[in-house]
Ligand binder design. Structure first.
Ligand code: ADP
Ligand code: MG
Length: 719
């Protein structure tokens, strides 16, 4: 039976309202509308603060009319009605053209909700073309009734220029009036234990509260429900992934030989994660594991051990890197780590878009015949024309560059679904991992191999210390004098166009972004022209160069023939040049916290100590400056990831990973609600373990099916 939540809004509210809500708010069904919660609540008795209204934004406020004036226009025929409203202190004027009749209702003393865009005209704040709804003048209401009226919360919805908050409120009212009792996706036992109200009651209270406590209770109930349904969905997906059969892969002679030849001891973490992976591979369900660990913590090595186990059982592994440069680098380091003998037997093969036709043909043949046990490439490996003989394992390096859809395409490449191992150097706080990668098992490598040199990080605050600019180049020159190499990283390429790979931050800074930010094309000349650096080989590297040129520069740098690379974030992930000791990041505040941390990982990779200088013009005390200081203050990626979450807008955290349009999270906040999310996950896990098909909780099963439908619709809309 269809749920009332699936009823189309055009059916429930009429075609005109239905299509307006779909067009303007993206709401299609009764369920969509009921999940469109008020952003905040106002009071009939409390006026909104006019002083703090943001300019040029649509606002919804409660105010009182204090004055009305009608004027004749000078140039043309007609009149202007000017209405002054107030919050008791500040004033705002409303202007209506040729609508003198409005003075009959907009009388001094009347209160109401007003909505429109706030603009400034001379020194006055104005609401242009405001929409409004007046509160009934309840003059004979006295005592208790008046007090109750003044204190009833008025829901304020995220409105748009074309749909006002009270139109949404009215529509919700119409829907709630006829809504039958809904089945609860959260089982009754859990609800009563957590003192939650029913789903229907929560919807009533969040949309039509009688007192403040009402929406508090409603939010708590709906927030937990959100966490619970999300975790149940992820856990069900995880169970589905594991329900298919995969080929078990068990290590043998090749893996043993590799192990014996390793010139170092594995770290404890590497060993532990290796055991988890070995257990996954030996099972007849496909592995779906995420391994997170700092740059240089030895993730690639762990993955390589898994590839050897797969090769031992006759299978092939594919390694996907985010760029061609990194794919080529991966191949070189795999060949080196395997040693000549194992490399000859496993035939690691590069398969990228850049190969010549002949090379490509050879690589394709090696993959499809099975003679290459390890194939390394970029997303080109996803192409339909790439076939494998027996694909047993897919390793995805740096997950954040690959979407779920791409992972899925790869999964379909083997005869039986391959095992999947995802590597990421971006530390993911536990609750984010649970929320975003909840369908994967997560392993963490926290130790770095012994003998790593520490990286010293410093902020160079040009706002207070403009004179330190010169010191930066002196430090760089000192390092080069010791036969080391360095990077100078800039947020933009220069030459008029922004770098395609924009920094993570939106660059909104205290001075409004009027200042020019450091660019590669300008800085390469500055660095080359510096008296202490003359005679050094300094090259520019950025995303607008042809890829073979980028490759060549990286190779030259790795071979020590270039002293300094002045570059954008193209050097961000995975570049491994042990002799590079120094990194100067210019306008560091233009980068995100995790991006700075990733960049820093490019130095201090060998035995030489790393030095990282974060240069910023941001003033002390600004958020921009705080982010940079946070990165300089610790090398602990997990601490930074947590900090990053706190400093960022929540939406960004999930924005790129959630499917398309609106994030499915409404009330839940991955940082603030960490404990709640864990709790919900445990409860959902127990439930699904006992009853995998959810036959005993049909309302939950139905809710999950509806979510799946939605994400399929999103997926179809995208492709
Ligand atoms: P990641 O992929 O996490 O950045 P890698 O696996 O590429 O790290 O390892 C970085 C470097 O450290 C490589 O040169 C690798 O050979 C080396 N390495 C890996 N594990 C160890 C270890 N246990 N002891 C010493 N060196 C190691
Ligand atoms: Mg790596």
């Amino acid at each position: 039976m269809a749920s009332p939540l699936d009823t189309k809004l055009s059916t429930a509210l009429g075609g005109r309202t239905g299509s307006s809500f779909e067009r303007n708010l993206g709401l299609r069904t009764v369920g969509d509308l009921l999940a469109y919660y008020p952003r905040r609540y106002a009071k009939h008795g409390e006026l909104s603060d006019i002083e703090t209204l943001p300019l040029d934004e649509n606002v919804t406020i409660v105010a009182e009319v204090v004055g009305v004036q009608e004027r004749k226009m000078r140039q043309r025929r007609g009149s202007i009605l000017e209405v002054i409203i107030t919050d008791g202190r500040g004033r705002l004027s409303l202007t209506f053209f040729n609508q003198a009749w409005r003075q009959n209702e907009l009388r001094p003393g009347v209160r109401g909700i007003f909505a429109g865009k706030v603009t400034r005209y001379r020194s006055d704040l104005q609401l242009t073309h405001p929409a409004y709804e007046l509160f009934p003048l309840d003059e004979d209401a006295a005592g208790e009734r008046a007090r109750k009226w003044a204190e009833t919360p008025i829901p304020i919805y995220p409105a748009t220029a074309s749909v006002a908050s009270w139109q949404i409120q009215n529509a919700v009212g119409v829907v709630l009036d006829t809504l039958p009792e809904l089945d609860d996706p959260v089982p009754a036992s859990i609800r009563s234990e957590r003192r939650m109200v029913s789903y229907s009651r929560a919807l009533e209270l969040i949309h039509r509260p009688q007192k403040d406590a009402d929406f508090g209770v409603a939010r708590a109930t709906l927030r937990f429900q959100e966490a619970f349904v999300l975790q149940a969905a992820l856990l069900q997906q995880r169970a589905r992934l594991r329900a298919v059969t995969a080929t078990p892969r068990v290590p043998g002679a090749l893996a043993a030989e590799f192990e014996t030849a390793l010139p170092f001891e594995l770290t404890d973490d590497q060993r532990a994660v290796g055991e988890q992976i070995a257990a996954d591979l030996a099972a007849s369900a496909p592995m779906n594991r995420l391994v997170q660990g700092e740059v240089g913590s030895g993730k690639t090595l762990v993955a390589l051990r898994a590839m050897l186990a797969v090769a031992d059982s006759g299978g092939q592994s594919a390694l996907l890197a985010p760029t061609e440069v990194l794919a080529a680098q991966h191949l070189r380091s795999i060949v080196r780590t395997l040693g000549p003998d194992l490399a000859a037997r496993l035939r690691p093969t590069l398969l990228t878009g850049q190969l010549s036709t002949a090379e490509r043909k050879k690589a394709l043949l090696a993959a499809v015949s099975g003679s290459a046990r390890i194939v390394v490439g970029t997303h080109a490996l996803l192409g339909d024309n790439v076939g494998f003989y027996d694909l047993g394992l897919v390793v995805v390096d740096e997950q954040h560059r690959f979407g779920v859809d791409q992972r899925e395409a790869l999964r379909l490449k083997g005869a039986t679904p391959p095992h999947v191992l995802v590597l990421t150097a971006t530390p993911i706080p536990r609750t984010v991992a649970m929320t975003v990668f909840g369908d994967l098992d997560v392993s963490t490598i926290t130790q770095l191999p012994a003998g790593r040199s520490p990286i010293a990080s410093h902020v160079v605050p040009l706002a207070e210390r403009p004179g330190w600019v010169n010191r930066i180049w002196e430090r760089l020159a000192e390092e080069l004098d010791q036969r080391r190499q360095g990077f100078v990283v800039c947020p933009s390429i220069g030459g008029g166009t922004p770098e395609d790979e924009q920094p993570e931050t939106d660059g909104a800074d205290a001075d409004g972004g009027a200042e020019r930010i450091a660019s590669v094309l300008e800085m390469v000349d500055v660095v080359r022209g510096h008296p202490l650096l003359v005679g050094r080989r300094i090259e520019a590297l950025h995303g607008r160069l042809p890829s073979d040129e980028k490759d060549r520069l990286m190779r030259e740098f790795a071979a020590g023939r270039i002293d300094v690379l002045v570059s954008t974030t193209v050097i961000e992930v995975g570049v491994d040049v042990p002799n590079a000791s120094t990194m100067v990041v210019l306008d560091a505040d233009r980068f995100g916290v995790s991006q700075l941390h990733q960049l820093r990982g490019r130095v201090g990779r060998g035995s030489v100590p790393g030095l990282c200088l974060f240069v910023t013009r941001a003033e002390a005390g600004t958020l921009a400056r705080e982010r940079v200081e946070a990165v300089a203050s610790t090398l602990d990626g997990f601490e930074l990831a947590q900090k990053d979450l706190e400093l960022r807008q929540e939406g960004d955290v999930l924005g790129s990973t959630q499917s398309g349009r609106r994030s499915s999270l409404r009330l839940l906040r991955v940082v603030k609600d960490a404990a709640l999310i864990s709790e919900a996950r445990d409860l959902a896990a127990t439930l699904i373990e006992d009853d995998p098909d959810l036959t005993r909780t049909p309302a939950l099963a139905e809710t999950l099916a509806r979510r799946l439908d939605e994400s399929e619709r999103d997926f179809l809309a995208k492709s």
